[in-house]
Design a protein. Structure first.
Length: 94
């Protein structure tokens, strides 16, 4: 999975508003961990063995379960305006 600069910047901005413990971070999640709209979402979670970690300048931006990461290998995560709800994270599969 590729993550655009817009998505990285937004993740960094949001992380700055949370008081996360060193073992915590944002996780790309699916139901039942994600209970919101859509098939995927971002939740605060504990880091797990085997997680794929997306880091920028040493800052942990996103944790992804290795099985989920494999299934999203041809995906681009972005943060952009959408017709259905304004600015939000998107996953585009190619």
């Amino acid at each position: 999975m590729d993550i655009t600069n817009n998505a990285r910047d937004e993740l960094k901005r949001i992380i700055g508003t949370y008081n996360l413990q060193p073992t915590q971070g944002f996780r790309l999640a699916t139901p039942p961990s994600w209970e919101g709209e859509g098939d995927f979402g971002i939740v605060v979670d504990e880091e797990r063995d085997g997680d794929h970690l997306v880091k920028v300048d040493g800052l942990k931006l996103l944790m992804i379960d290795p099985t989920l990461e494999k299934s999203l290998s041809a995906t681009i995560m972005d943060f952009k305006d959408t017709s259905s709800g304004g600015p939000r994270f998107t996953l585009d599969v190619y």
